[in-house]
Ligand binder design. Structure first.
Ligand code: CMC
Length: 392
C-alpha cells in the first residue's frame, strides 16, 4: 500500500493548493487574494470582500452593483422553508437550525445538484449569500418567540439582517449605522482563513461532488465546535464565570496552567498563528470604541484585558506562543449589539460563508482535485479466529 505518514490533525499535510488566502503565522500576516486584512478592514465592505474572495478580483462599480442587486433579489425564503423553523424546540441552539436549513435548500433548489454546471453553481452561490442572513434572523426570531420579518431589499445585506433580527413588523426599524458598520467589519475579518476545520470540511464533502448547499451545511456543523467557531460563545461564558467567581484572573490562569479538567483559556492559541492574530488586533482596537458607543458591559472588557495581560506575561503562554485569537474579543462586541451568547457562532458563519463558497468553487475547478480520502495507521488486532458465544 506504499508509505503512509501519520499526521493527526493535519499539522504538516497540505491537501490542496489555493490562491484565496495567505497566512504567515509567525509574522501575524493575513491576506485575502493578496490584499492585507488591515486594508480591507479599513477600506472595504463585506459585500466587496465576498466578491473578491469568490471571483478573485475586487469588483468595479458595475460588477459590484450587479452582484449586490442579484443578492438582494434572492433574500426571501420559500414559504414552506419558513414552516421548517416551527419543527424545532424553541430553545434549540441556532447552529444546528442553520445547518439544517442550509441542507434543506437542496430540496427547494434542485438545480443545485449539478455541481459542474457553472450557471447552477452561480445561482446557488447567490442564493446562499442572500438567504443565510434571512435564515439566521429567523432562527433568532423563533428562539425569542417573535414574528418573522420579510427582507427589505432596499437595505444592504448587513442592514437587512439587523432589521430582520431586531425589528418588528408593525414598527419602522432605524438601522444604527455604527452598529451596521461594526458588524460589517467583523464579517470582513471572518470571511476566510484558508484550510481551517470548517473550510477543510466543506472541501472534503465537496470532493465527493456533493452540491454546494450540502457542503456548506457540513461546514456550519464543523464551525459549531468550541475549539473552532464555538469559541466566541465559550469566551463570554468563561468571562462571566470568572466574574461570578470573584474576578480573580490570576487564579483562573493558574487553573489553566495546571490543566484542570475542562479549564482552557478560550479565545487563546491557534494552529497557525504563533504571534498575535492580526484579526484580534483589529478587533481589540475597535472593541473599546464600539462598547462605549453601544453601551456594552465594560467590566467584562476590563476582565478580558486583564486576562490577556496576565497570560502574555506568563511563561506557560510565552513558551507555547499562545496569543489572543479572533474569538477573544468578538463576543463582547456581539453582546453589546444585543445578540444572545448562543447566537455568536451564527455570526461567525455569516462572515465565513464567502470563504467557504470560494474554496468549494476553487476546488471544483481545479483539475488536480481528487476525492478526499485520508489513509490511516492500523493499530488493531492482527488476525484472530471467531469465538463462539459460549466461549466469550
Ligand atoms: N489554553 C491553555 N492551553 C492551551 C491553549 C489554551 N487556549 N491552547 C493551546 N494550549 C496548550 C496545549 O495544552 C498544548 O500544551 P502542551 O504542549 O503542554 O500539551 C500547547 O498549548 C499546544 O496546543 P495544541 O492544543 O497542541 O494546539 P493546536 O494547534 O492543536 O490547537 C487550538 C489550536 C485553537 C484548538 C487551541 O489553541 C485551543 O484549544 N484554543 C482554545 C479554543 C479557541 O480559542 N479556539 C478558536 C481558534 S481561532 C478561530 C477559530 O477557529 O474559531
Amino acid at each position: 500500500t506504499g508509505l503512509v505518514t501519520l499526521d493527526p490533525g493535519f499539522v504538516n499535510t497540505a491537501a490542496c493548493s489555493s490562491e484565496i488566502c495567505f497566512i504567515d503565522g509567525d509574522a501575524g500576516i493575513l491576506r485575502y487574494r493578496g490584499y492585507p486584512i488591515e486594508q480591507l478592514a479599513e477600506k472595504s465592505t463585506f459585500i466587496e470582500v465576498s466578491y473578491l474572495l469568490i471571483y478573485g478580483e475586487l469588483p468595479n462599480q458595475t460588477q459590484l452593483d450587479e452582484f449586490t442587486s442579484k443578492i438582494s433579489r434572492h433574500t426571501l425564503l420559500h414559504e414552506d422553508l419558513k414552516r421548517f423553523f416551527d419543527g424545532f424546540p424553541r430553545d434549540a441552539h441556532p447552529m444546528p437550525v442553520l445547518s439544517s436549513a442550509v441542507s434543506a435548500l437542496s430540496t427547494f433548489y434542485q438545480d443545485s445538484l449539478w455541481p459542474f454546471d457553472q450557471d447552477h453553481v452561480e445561482i446557488s452561490t447567490i442564493r446562499l449569500l442572500a438567504k443565510l442572513p434571512t435564515i439566521a434572523a429567523y432562527a433568532y426570531k423563533k428562539s425569542v418567540g417573535q414574528p418573522f420579518l420579510y427582507p427589505d431589499n432596499s437595505l444592504g445585506l448587513v442592514e437587512n439582517f439587523l432589521r430582520m433580527t431586531f425589528g418588528f413588523p408593525a414598527e419602522p426599524y432605524e438601522v444604527d449605522p455604527d452598529l451596521a458598520r461594526a458588524l460589517d467589519l467583523l464579517f470582513i475579518l471572518h470571511a476566510d482563513h484558508e484550510q481551517n476545520c470548517s473550510t477543510s470540511t466543506v472541501r472534503l464533502v465537496g470532493s465527493s461532488e456533493a452540491n454546494l448547499f450540502a457542503s456548506i451545511s457540513a461546514g456550519i456543523n464543523a464551525l459549531f465546535g468550541p475549539l473552532h467557531g464555538g469559541a466566541n460563545s465559550a469566551v463570554l461564558e468563561m468571562l462571566e464565570r470568572i466574574r461570578d467567581d470573584g474576578g480573580d484572573v490570576g487564579d483562573f490562569v493558574k487553573r489553566v496552567k495546571n490543566k484542570e479538567e475542562g479549564v482552557k483559556l478560550m479565545g487563546f492559541g491557534h494552529r497557525v498563528y504563533k504571534n498575535y492574530d492580526p484579526r484580534a488586533a483589529i478587533i481589540k482596537k475597535t472593541a473599546d470604541d464600539i462598547l462605549t458607543r453601544l453601551g456594552g458591559d465594560d467590566s467584562l472588557l476590563d476582565l478580558a484585558k486583564q486576562l490577556e495581560e496576565h497570560a502574555l506575561a506568563d511563561d506557560y503562554f510565552v513558551e507555547r506562543k499562545l496569543y489572543p485569537n479572533v474569538d477573544f474579543y468578538t463576543g463582547l462586541i456581539y453582546r453589546a449589539m444585543g445578540f444572545p451568547t448562543k447566537f455568536f457562532t451564527v455570526l461567525f458563519a455569516l462572515g465565513r460563508l464567502p470563504g467557504w463558497i470560494a474554496h468549494w468553487r476553487e476546488m471544483m475547478n481545479d483539475p488536480a482535485t481528487k476525492i478526499g480520502r485520508p489513509r490511516q495507521v492500523y493499530t488493531g488486532h492482527t488476525e484472530r479466529d471467531y469465538v463462539a458465544m459460549s466461549g466469550r
